[in-house]
Design a protein around this ligand. Sequence first.
Ligand code: CDP
Ligand code: CDP
Length: 220
Amino acid sequence: PLPKLQIALDGPAGAGKSTIAKIVAQQLHLFYVDTGAMYRAIAYKALSSGAPIDDEAKVSQIAKNTEVVLDHSEEQRVWCDGRDVTQEIRSLEVSRAVSVVAAYPEVRKRLVELQRLEAERGGVVMDGRDIGTYVLPEADFKIFLTATHEERAKRRWLELRRAGKDVSLEEVARDMAERDRVDMERAISPLKPAQDAIIMDTTGLSIQELVAKIVELAGG
Ligand code: CDP
Ligand code: CDP
């Protein structure tokens, strides 16, 4: 085990971050922290409370009063105010709302605090959009995963279809492009590689190849 090792994995939607982070964390005995799940939990709560997601004050208030917990069990469940919302946060509605909610400074402030607390508990593989640039600026390894927009959309579409969701590739591609645009253009902590990040293009690479590269890099 490598105590307190920090690996930051950032990149756009469908780049393979969470799949790879999970396996790397297992192999190196680190906690896996899915920061996107935290933003999704807040978006889910805002939607279920009926708050208009473009009401920044209301959504920020909701974020302040929400308890988000990621458990580190095998299943990586996500809890929102004591309720298991692991499935619900992957809905198309949440995916459409999340980047709006994630642009609010108060929402980010609250979740970044939780993320840094997670990293104090032990070594982590943390995935998101601003881990290398903002959440863990001193991370030992910063990796920025990319792939072409077509490949990322196709991966996500296949995943949704496997989950039984009836959605067209065009729709997934459109939603994804819009989410990436909002994530890259927001004023605070936009999606971009840290200056010292290693950029890996995952187009055409298998999950196993990527995991092996990262584990080797981290000296595992
Ligand atoms: O898994 P996928 O790439 O679809 O997204 P995610 O990692 O679950 O993140 C969902 C959304 O949360 C992103 O599109 C961002 O708007 C936001 N997010 C963020 O702003 N900062 C992070 N560190 C992680 C996610
Ligand atoms: O977390 P992020 O949105 O970056 O991506 P993900 O949810 O880990 O990956 C999206 C989908 O692409 C998953 O179904 C992965 O199994 C798949 N994938 C792949 O087919 N090849 C890769 N090299 C990486 C991910």
